[in-house]
Design a protein around this ligand. Structure first.
Ligand code: SAH
Length: 412
């Protein structure tokens, strides 16, 4: 087996050694996986992207080892902290097995789309691996993985035996991946056959296609699976408005759960076309066939605030992140409250609402209280059914990784 991502740098150079501020030492000891550039106090030489950096503490004792990234404010992504040990092929294999083991027993044959590696929270900082049936999608969020990419792909192929592996690159590293002699492309097939038809997988028995070559994230929003299941269980007999629908995930779940109608509302015509195909894919299911499916292409914020007076028995609000930066946090909280208020106005008596947030900069409590406040301001009586957090295949072990929250309310 090829060795997984060991430093690509000429072996003759001395090991890249770093010392960091006292505060950063504490963060590392408490398990935080990032070392920011401005916490680096000393460095024995320039490092190259993806080489292994070893961090020593003030007593010159080993603190951690991680991937060095000279192009990112996150200068080192910690792979291992604690006692010194060799990050050799056996170590990498054990890391992959541990991530796979964490998903053991979570899914039966009715769910073949889920996350196998969730970045830092699984010990693979800046890397995600999603499974869509026999197609695996490896997504990189840092160029530091590129030098060791062949080794990683070999490891995944040998241990998990997918039919194919597709490489996806976050937008900010696509140029770096194509240039600087790396020749890596977003959507490249790392092993297995080319993608010639839609990649279809199952989620709780529902068939979906994933746009693994070009779609957002890795082609589907796997992180909302548990909320979709919940919506399915509550939707019987209801008319559902699925705002920010993407490819209709919530609508299909609602349809399968016996919803009377499902309206997908999204800005993107591609997303709505995918939603239509997903309904087609499940047309032999009597519940899906019996659900009237409609699509509305519009800006959901404007559409919900606008003059349309049709009311729904279930409104799902799952907008994209409204705070990409800390500075946008307060505005995002106001926008969530406004959106919830507009959603509530569209609800029939006894209407249900799911409001979701994927903004890491807005905490769960901030989000929940914004929605509760909007519910209170509506003047209608309501009960809170439940709040939800990360699905078990999307663990979040540190604050910055903790982004997903949902709240279910029922209005009389
Ligand atoms: N609920 C979906 C995921 C939503 S992702 C699921 O379960 O799969 C967010 C979606 O919001 C994307 O499809 C994006 O096209 C859409 N979007 C972004 N801005 C929008 C806007 N202003 N109005 C409507 N849709 C928007």
């Amino acid at each position: 087996m090829k060795s997984p991502p060991q430093p690509s740098v000429a072996e003759k150079l001395p090991r890249l050694r770093l010392r960091v501020t006292a505060a950063a030492e504490n963060y590392i000891r408490s398990g935080h996986p990032w070392v920011f550039a401005d916490s680096v106090r000393e460095q024995n030489r320039d490092g190259t992207s993806g080489e292994l950096a070893v961090i020593y503490d003030r007593q010159d004792k080993f603190l951690a080892a991680g991937l060095f990234d000279p192009d990112s404010p996150i200068r080192v992504r910690v792979l291992h902290a604690g006692k010194p040990l060799a990050l050799d092929a056996a170590w990498w294999a054990a890391q992959l097995d541990a991530a796979a083991r964490r998903r053991d027993g979570l899914f039966d044959a009715r769910t073949t789309g889920y996350r196998l590696i969730n970045g830092e929270s699984d010990g693979w900082p800046g890397l995600a691996l999603d499974r869509y049936s026999q197609t695996f999608v490896l997504k990189l969020y840092t160029a530091a993985w590129l030098p060791g990419l062949d080794g990683i792909a070999t490891l995944i192929r040998e241990r998990l035996q997918p039919e194919r592996i597709v490489l996806r690159l976050s937008r900010n590293i696509q140029r770096a991946a194509e240039h600087f002699g790396r020749g890596r492309r977003d959507g490249e097939i790392l092993c297995g056959p080319a993608v010639t038809e839609a990649v279809v997988f199952l989620e709780n028995g529902i068939r979906f296609e994933a746009d693994v070559l070009r779609g957002q994230k890795t082609g589907f929003f796997l992180d909302q699976r548990e909320n979709r299941r919940e919506v399915g269980e509550l939707a019987r007999g209801r008319e559902v408005l699925n705002a920010f629908s993407f490819s209709g995930g919530f609508s299909l779940s609602a349809a399968r759960g016996g919803a009377k109608s499902a309206t997908d509302l999204d800005l993107s015509p591609h997303a709505l076309a995918a939603a239509q195909r997903n309904f087609q894919l499940n047309s032999t299911d009597p519940a899906v066939a019996g659900c009237r499916h409609e699509c509305v292409q519009a800006d959901a914020f404007e559409w919900l605030a606008g003059g349309d007076t049709r009311k729904y028995g279930f409104v799902v609000l799952d907008p994209p992140s409204l705070a990409k930066r800390e500075a946008e946090r307060a505005g995002a909280i106001r926008a969530y409250a406004r959106l919830a208020g507009d959603g509530i106005r569209r609800l029939t008596r006894d209407g249900l609402m799911l409001a979701g947030s994927c903004s890491a900069h807005v905490s769960a409590e901030e989000f929940f209280s914004a929605v509760r406040q909007a519910a209170g301001n509506s003047g209608r009586r309501f009960v809170e059914l439940k709040t939800t957090r990360h699905a078990p295949d999307h663990p979040a072990t540190f604050k910055e990784a903790d982004y997903l929250k949902g709240i279910f309310l029922k209005f009389s």
